[in-house]
Ligand binder design. Structure first.
Ligand code: SR1
Ligand code: MG
Length: 402
């Protein structure tokens, strides 16, 4: 019989007490469920007297955002924990510590980051994080290089990729990002004031062709062990530290997908800015910071990835002159295309972003959606021809000026 049951706060406290050595045996523990994502329960268990705390994350057997009609495999908790362990080993400063877990209960026990802010909320509040681009560029380059055929034994990689097949969560991405926004799907979710824009997406065959090519890459290009859902809600920040969480969508996929996720979410915040800031100069400053951060994310990723390749590339053929440049160009183009898809899905698809949906003014909210769609479509349509990240900056500025 399966041990699995969805935890109550009391169950979470009992489990936390059973972890040897973390809390004192007689500690009076408090627990709150703080999960605000689409899929899981998240408990924070603390001993206020000793000022010690930890997080227990538990997968539910269905998508919380929709309900029991959308079953999901509990094995995603194991996948998330194993991905976190690999990422923590590669980037200890940039990933929370993992204290343990249980596959049958679908839980992971990890470091509490309550003194950090979720990057999405920090950006909505108008904060800027000057070390973020460097940190996330390093995280992406290191985790993707050392899990790819360039940086790890290629037979071990094949065995590892089998442990990260993750079909249920890949299906969510395949449907919600690469299909539903381009047809009149039941799962779509958009306001009536942008219906005509949504309908344009359904008719745009040039756009569909590019999305089909990107979808094919997502389905077939197992380049590296991706985080798989690297939006600004999966990243904790302070002014000088960054921690990446939530890799439950981890699987072997195309490298540009993770970089595209970060860039897409910075662009969504960029499109939303007039809804959060009515001072023209401050608005321009924030937008300039977002664009220079996008530039920085790509440049830090590229520099680190090339450096790792030159120093630690594992095989003879990957040192062939010219190969690295072509590879990096392909990643850039994939990154831009995936970023475009990820922007579009957050406007018309099932799951949105608070950057836009919580803007108070209806007028600004609508305008943010229109600007985001304009940027997203351009990225998807032109990504395959792009030669530099500067083009993304140019297209974002052009859409915002309309
Ligand atoms: C049904 S899950 C919807 C979205 O939430 C996650 O964060 C992923 O982005 C997924 O697509
Ligand atoms: Mg998540």
């Amino acid at each position: 019989m399966s041990l699995y049951h969805a935890f109550s706060p009391e169950d979470a406290i009992a489990y936390a007490k059973s972890i040897t050595g973390f809390f004192a045996a007689n500690a009076l523990l408090a627990c709150e469920e703080i999960g605000d994502g689409n899929l899981n329960l998240v408990f924070r268990i603390s001993d206020p007297q000793q000022n010690r705390s930890l997080i227990i994350k538990q997968a539910l057997p269905y998508a919380k955002v929709v309900g029991e009609s959308w079953p999901l495999s509990l094995d995603r908790a194991r996948i998330e924990r194993e991905a976190l362990e690999i990422q923590h080993q590669l980037c200890p400063e940039l990933v929370p510590a993992i204290y343990g877990g249980d596959n049958e209960l679908a839980i992971t026990v990890m470091e509490d980051l309550s003194d950090y802010t979720i990057l999405r909320q920090g950006l909505i509040d108008g904060n800027t994080y000057d070390n973020f681009a460097e940190h996330i560029g390093l995280f992406i380059a290191t985790t993707l290089f050392y899990t790819s055929d360039l940086g790890m034994n290629q037979q071990d990689k094949k065995l590892r990729s089998a442990r990260f097949a993750n079909p249920d969560l890949c299906k969510i991405t395949e449907d919600l990002i690469f299909e539903d926004p381009y047809r009149n799907a039941d799962n779509n979710n958009f306001t009536e004031d942008i219906r005509s824009e949504a309908e344009k997406l359904w008719q745009d065959h040039a756009l569909h062709l590019e999305v089909a090519l990107l979808r094919e890459k997502f389905l077939t290009h197992g380049e590296a062990l991706l985080h798989g859902d690297l939006h600004t809600g999966s990243i904790f920040v302070t002014s000088d530290s960054t921690k990446v969480i939530d890799p439950e969508f981890a699987y072997y996929g195309p490298i540009g997908f993770d970089i595209g996720a970060v860039i897409a979410n910075l662009l969504l915040n960029y499109a939303a800015q007039p809804g959060w800031c009515d001072n023209h100069d401050i608005l321009q400053e924030r937008r300039a910071w977002l664009l220079s951060t996008i530039n920085g994310v790509w440049n830090h990723f590229e520099q680190n990835f090339r450096k790792l390749w030159d120093a630690n590339g594992i095989d003879f053929m990957s040192k062939t002159p010219g190969y690295q440049d072509l590879y990096m160009r392909k990643i850039l183009q994939d990154t831009i295309g995936f970023a475009g898809c990820k922007v579009i899905r957050r406007i018309v698809g099932l799951s949105h972003v608070a950057d836009i949906d919580t803007i108070e003014s209806e007028l600004h909210r609508r305008q943010a959606k229109i600007t985001a769609l304009e940027i997203g479509k351009r990225l998807v349509k032109q990504g395959r021809m792009a030669a530099s990240i500067a083009e993304v900056i140019e297209w974002a500025e052009a859409a915002a000026a309309k």
